[in-house]
Design a protein around this ligand. Structure first.
Ligand SMILES: Cc1ncc(COP(=O)(O)O)c(C=O)c1O
Length: 177
């Protein structure tokens, strides 16, 4: 199985209900996660694994804990970056600030948006590690936006965090789950 579009190789969904490999948990040995190693062995110049920690539009797929343990081990072994798309799954939607917080996985980059401002202002955020940030301090990357870091768009973020805490929303989501 190989699925590519212009340099992007798609990984199979960790979807036990309709396993893309026709396997059954727990006998499957997480073939969906191990596929990443297969790709890394057979392709070259793979830089990163981009994933939605809890997949949204493909059908709310909640991977089992072992899935990300294996992904984390493979990423470390092959020194690829882990980029978590938390646009939909971030900001308390899963009962943690970010869905990756449910797993033993430390992404190198998190992208997020929607809930960051409660949708009152448009804002996209890229968060990363000191190590990656530091690289761009030394190696200038010319990429600008007209309205980057706009105070009006940033202002709702601390208000959102405050409201989450005041209303104890993370616990509420956990209870509703
Ligand atoms: C999971 C996910 N990633 C990325 C995006 C794109 O986000 P934006 O429109 O903030 O660029 C969306 C938008 O719905 C999304 O749901």
């Amino acid at each position: 199985m190989r699925c590519t579009i212009e340099g992007v190789i798609f990984a199979p969904d960790p979807y036990c209900y309709r396993c893309p490999f026709g396997r059954e948990y727990p006998g499957c040995d997480f073939e969906c996660a191990r596929y990443l190693e297969y790709v890394l062995k057979n392709e070259w110049h793979v830089a990163r694994f981009v994933f939605e920690p809890v997949v949204g539009t493909n059908g709310i797929i909640v991977p089992l804990k072992e899935y990300y343990e294996i992904i984390g081990e493979i990423a470390e072994k092959y020194e690829i970056l882990l980029i978590a798309d938390e646009v939909m799954s971030g900001w308390g939607r899963t009962g943690e600030w970010f869905a990756v917080n449910h797993y033993k996985l430390k992404p190198d980059i998190i992208t997020t948006a929607k809930g960051a401002t409660g949708a009152y202002m448009p804002l996209g955020i890229t968060a990363t590690t000191e190590e990656i940030y530091g690289f761009f301090e030394e190696n200038f990357f010319a990429h600008g936006h007209t309205y980057s870091d706009h105070p009006m768009c940033l202002a709702p973020v601390p208000a959102v965090v405050k409201e989450f805490k005041r209303l104890n929303l993370l616990d509420h989501v956990k209870r509703m789950e």
